[in-house]
Every structure is written in C-alpha cells, then in structure tokens.
Design a protein around this ligand. Sequence first.
Ligand code: HEM
Length: 501
Amino acid sequence: MSLFLLVLLPFLLLLLLFKPFMAAKTRKKANSQNPQPPSPFKLPIIGNLHQILPVPYRSLQALSLKHGPVMLLHLGQIPTLIISSSDSLSEMTKTRDISFSGRPNLKIPRQIGYNSKTIAFSTYGDYWRHSRKICVLHLLSSKRVHSFLPVRQSELSSMLSLISHQSSSGPVNLSPILYTFTSKILCRVAFGRSVLEDQCRLMHDYIRELTRLLGVFNVEDYFPSLKWLDRFSNLDAQIYSLFKKLDGFISSVVEDHIIAGVRDDVAAAGDLVDVLLSLQKDDSLEFSLTMDEVKAIILNMFIAGTSTSFIFLEWAMSELIRNPKVLKKLQQETRMVAGKTSMVTEEDVNKMHYLKAVVKEVLRLHPPAPLLLPRETIENTELQGYKIPAKTRVIINAWAIGRDPKFWDAPEEFMPERFMNSDLDFRGQDFDFVPFGVGRRICPGMQFAVATIEFTLANLVHHFDWEMPSGLSGEDLNMEETQGLTMHRKYPLLLIAKKME
Ligand code: HEM
C-alpha cells in the first residue's frame, strides 16, 4: 500500500500542478472555436455579484458601456447573460425567441408558487403553453378586461372620495392609497362576489410580504451547490409561513365559489376564480387543470398585477409634480375632453393623446420591472455571433434600453412630447421600448394594466390640482428608488390635493 502511494503521489502532484494550465488551455481552445460574450473580471467564488450592487440596473448599464451590450457575468455559480441593447434584443426575439423563453427555477417562486406553477415563473413547456393560453383567451382578453369596468369605476370613485376627505386636513400620503386601490381592483376581479373588504386587506398584506421576500437574497439562486446554507437564515421559515397563509386564504375563497356553484353568466360576468373553475369542468379543453394550478394562476394575477400598476401610478404622479408644465397640459387635455364631470370615462380616455404620451414616457423612464423577469436558455443557442449554452440565465435591462442615447434624444429628460405623432409603442414590436417585455413571454396583462393606469391617471389629474407640501417645489421631490424585482419609490409620495372647482 505504502509503495503504491509512493509511486502514485508524484503523479498526483504533477497532475494537480498542471491541471490549471490544462484547463486554461482547454478553455482557450474552446474560446477560439466558440466565442463567448465578453465578461468583466470576476472574483473567486462570488464571481461578479459584487459588481451589480447597489442598484442592479444602473450597475449593469455601467458595465455594459465598458463590455458591450451582450456580456456574460458570473453571479455566484450562475452564468448570466446581460442584454442591454435593442439590436441584440431584436435578434433574440426575431430569430431565437424559443431558445430564450425559459425561466430559471428560482427558490421563492417555486416554493410559494405551487412548485413553479405560476405562469410567470413556470419553465417553457406544455404547462406554460396551456396556462398562458387560458390567461390570454379567458382571463385577460379584451372582453374580460372590459367586463371589469364597473370594478375599476367603483374603486376609483372610492379612492377619489378618500383623497378629497384626507386633503381637507393636510397633505395626502398617496402611496398607501394607490397601493390599496390597485390591490382592491385585483382582489375584486379575481375573487368577485364572495370577497369582503377585510379579506382583500389580508391578501394585500400577503402580497406585500411576498414582494418583499422576492427582493431578499437567498443562497440557492446564486450558489445551488450551497443551498443548504439557506437553512441557517430564517428565510425558509418565512417562505413556508407565507405559503401556508396564502394557500389557506386562496383555498377558502375557491371553496366558497365551489359551494356557491359556477354561475351561468360566467363568460360575460364571472370573476377569475369562476372562469378557472368553469374551465376545470370543460371536457373540451386540451388539458386538465389541477386545483393547485388554479390557485397558482390566481396567485400569479396578484403578484403580477398589483405592484406593477401601483408603481406606475406612483412614478407618474412624481414626474407630473416635478414637471408642472406637463401636468398643466395634461389637465387641460382631460378638462377639455371630459368637461366638468364626476368621472372621466374610458371613451374620454381614448381621445386623450397627450395622456397616452405621458403614460409611455413614465413607462420609459420608470419601467416597473426594470430587468423584466429573468429568462433562461432552454437549448444551446447564439446571440450576436456568441455561443450561448443551454441553461444560461438571461437578464434584459429594459431600463437601460429605454435610456440608450443612441436611440433617445435627451434620454434622462421627462418629455412626453417625444411620443406625440409617433407610432412607437410598448406592445412588443419596438425593441427600444420594452416595459412589458417581448416575444412569447411578453406580459399578457398589458391591456388590463393600460386600462387601469390610463383611466386612473386621467381622473387623478382631472379632479385635483396637485402641489408639493410646505411650499416646496417639484424639484425638491426625492426620486430615489428601492431595490427588488420591481422598482418602487424609496419614500412615500406626500402631496397636497386641491379639488378642481
Ligand atoms: C404596468 C403594469 C405591468 C407591467 C409594467 C408588467 C410587466 C411585465 C413584464 C416586464 C413581464 C415579463 C415579460 C418578459 O419576460 O419578457 C410580465 C409578465 C407577466 N405579466 Fe405583467 N405587467 C404589468 C401588469 C400585469 C397585470 C395587470 C397582469 C395580470 C393581471 C400581468 C400578468 C403577467 C403575467 C401572467 C406574466 C407572465 C408571462 C409569461 O411568463 O408568459 N401583468 N409583466
């Protein structure tokens, strides 16, 4: 035995000494045949993780200016492709959309989302295709979005009354008001007839907690081989406890719907749970929906629909306060089109071209999901001549693309006029402007979202004159953001609202 070791040891030592060179040589050879995207210098173990802080979309933009619009980072153990130009996004979508349509199997969406059964976080495959089809054809179709108009109107009317009431005693904290408003719309649209005010408040708190957790760092998503380390934080316990609460709540609402029976007029006036339960019974459907899948789809509507619309409205009001000329022009438009009325209607909104330009400009500067949702390549592919292996994580920096000076004049300025007399749109055809994403994974809730945000913004500026409190001017408004999957204002938005005479 000892003789065996004595003979073997020098070989092992030589092997260890030469291994790095052999590996480097192999890598070099592989590099010349299969060019890899440029990468910034990385540190051992953490790779480039330290370089994406403190504000990922800003740091990634700065890195892309040095290393190019297609670059490869190593976030911990995860090779991550960063796309920061419309050219590369256009090539990706037009020629290789399927290859880039996967989603990584991330810890929290998997554990909270019934084993990755939410549409947004399920990987590319049959389940995603079927559930997305349900979403597009049955839950978020134009007809369905229109059928929810009474919900939008009644929640808007309550919100306007609340603002009037609060404004009589000083500045109004718009942030919680807007959050509750978007969250109640989703709650009534999803749960409909059976839902009580208190239940909506509960769901609202759970979704807020989930949004917080989605922004928390966990080891598994960056160092899969060290995922056991997560057990030492209490993150797993927090996820489990939230899942139990969410599941218990959604299950009880679904149960109530089952007991009440599927309504006859579900096609015209059902809520989202009604629609899903009736589809579950529909034998003509090409696949069957389990109860967990029904609950996951409902949960997805809340995750995707609540904070995005709220974030938009918060930034829109912030930009309008900082740009009083734009606010004035927008008010003139709403007051000219709608006149003195208790509520601007959706027909009015469709005639308001400047409003639509303001909405686009807010989405350009403040896309609620600045890095969209992470993708993953489902097979070996290519982009801009670089070889991209299967299972590479992909991040699209929509925030940087919306501020690229190669395309946008004065990109940091808030100028809705740039969208007047222009066909540029966010519906997935213009790769310079992608707040709702692109390709097969583009947001299916866009119509729902746009109906809500245009209608709400038009009414907010139509009913009130807005000012900063304590004699401050709009320029004093702090525009700092917080970090997470979405881009919130860091500080609540406190404004004086004066009712229009
Ligand atoms: C201003 C509001 C909204 C914005 C900015 C927004 C943005 C986005 C973005 C960027 C994505 C990822 C797209 C990609 O990967 O390319 C997405 C996906 C999604 N959104 Fe939205 N969204 C909004 C509102 C909504 C609403 C109201 C709903 C539904 C009630 C919704 C449902 C979804 C779903 C289900 C997905 C997943 C699509 C998939 O993976 O196939 N969104 N959204």
